[in-house]
Design a protein around this ligand. Structure first.
Ligand SMILES: NC(=O)c1ccc[n+]([C@@H]2O[C@H](COP(=O)([O-])OP(=O)(O)OC[C@H]3O[C@@H](n4cnc5c(N)ncnc54)[C@H](O)[C@@H]3O)[C@@H](O)[C@H]2O)c1
Length: 338
């Protein structure tokens, strides 16, 4: 099967490409330039792909041309401006990339007859945050206070409307939460900030140590997306799906930082940053029981393993190990947990 990933040069994309390659699929992608230090460059991913190009998803014509040139069987649309703080800095870019970019992806898929299944990736942040303890279920109302959350809720609604309004290949929406894993170099995400600081022997500053967040390993979330693709190809799987971690993975930021420091070793530690910071939503918990019940998907890694695998990747690569080999070893270990 030939998969095309939009947004394959960031954090999740290269892991998804390597997971698909390990399962014997062919993989293509288009996105913006890969960041330095990310898995795309460090794993030499460009050499492993059928088709790899730089396309701005805000450009409808270029998106359609790239989709048609790749002619994939399956599309996983992930290209996005994915950071909340960046969305306050440049809301227009965020809305154009996340909302209009999703429209462009949907139109491009509709114009590419080879496509047999399409998954649109949104996020847990699409739900209207009413500070509820219970996890959000797929039928809860959407909302979004900050520009990133609103732009992803727009993308989600846009995809739902598109699916109902226009004929095309089976298309479903996957809502994932906060994910961790090796080689994330995004600014303003906890694990990348911690790993970079511990590697330099510095104490990172934490903005909200008591904020509780869900922590899921990136491979568990991506395995959810691929379980959904399999369902679409088998004639089911339409609709919206949550792929979040279990309740044991809801942990305070400060505890995550402390445990990560212990796993890193060498006296690593963190300090409190008591400056002013833009609003970030309080705990958003996903209830993933629908995906468990109807797709047979489940998380294979609990919180401690997810964190230990993340630190392990960073430590080994920091110590000189080959990034591609470490990623492939982790993927093989993950597949053995089936
Ligand atoms: N990482 C998380 O914790 C998390 C949580 C929930 C949802 N998500 C969603 O998962 C998807 C992937 O997230 P990620 O962590 O890999 O993000 P990332 O920021 O690391 O990567 C984003 C990818 O999108 C591409 N991209 C950005 N703007 C683009 C544009 N204008 N045109 C074309 N490509 C563009 C980038 O080049 C990159 O390949 C996104 O849709 C994100 O919203 C991520």
């Amino acid at each position: 099967m030939h998969y095309l990933i939009t947004g394959h040069t960031g954090f999740k994309g290269p892991w998804l490409a390597l997971l698909l390659l390990s399962r014997g699929h062919r993989v293509s992608g288009f996105a913006l330039d890969p960041p330095d230090g990310g898995l795309f460059k460090r794993a030499g991913l460009a050499d492993l792909l059928v088709y790899d190009s730089r396309v701005d998803i805000r450009d409808a014509e270029a998106t359609a041309a790239a989709m048609s040139a790749a002619a994939p069987d399956v599309v996983v649309h992930m290209a996005a401006q994915s950071l909340v703080r960046e969305s306050y800095r440049d809301p227009r870019y965020t809305y154009e990339t996340n909302a209009i970019g999703t429209l462009n992806a949907l139109e491009a898929v509709a114009a590419t007859p080879s496509v047999r299944a399409h998954v649109v990736v949104t996020t847990d942040k699409v739900y209207r945050n009413v500070d509820q303890e219970a996890g959000y279920v797929e039928t809860d109302p959407l909302g979004g206070d900050d520009p990133y959350s609103a732009s992803k809720a727009m993308a989600d609604l846009l995809a739902q409307s598109w699916i109902r309004s226009f004929p095309g290949p089976p298309t479903a929406i996957a809502r994932g939460g906060n994910v961790i894993g090796g080689a994330d170099v995004s600014r303003d995400r906890l694990l990348p900030d911690l790993m970079a600081a511990y590697a330099r022997g510095e104490a990172p500053l934490l903005r909200f140590p008591h904020a509780v967040r869900p922590w899921q390993h990136v491979l568990d979330c991506l395995n959810g997306y691929l379980t959904l693709v399999d369902a679409l190809l088998a004639g089911s799987g339409l609709g919206q799906w949550n792929f979040g971690p279990g309740r044991d993975s809801f942990v305070e930021v400060g505890k995550v930082a402390t445990l990560a420091a212990e796993l890193w070793g060498g006296g690593a530690h963190w300090n409190l940053d008591d400056g002013e910071h833009p609003h970030e939503a309080n705990l958003l918990a996903l209830d993933a029981s629908k995906a468990q019940r109807e797709l047979g998907w489940r998380n294979r890694l609990g919180f401690r393993d997810a964190l230990a695998w993340t630190v392990d990747w960073e430590r080994r690569v920091h110590g000189g190990a080959d990034p591609l080999t470490v990623a492939q070893e982790q993927i093989a270990a993950f597949e053995n947990l089936r």
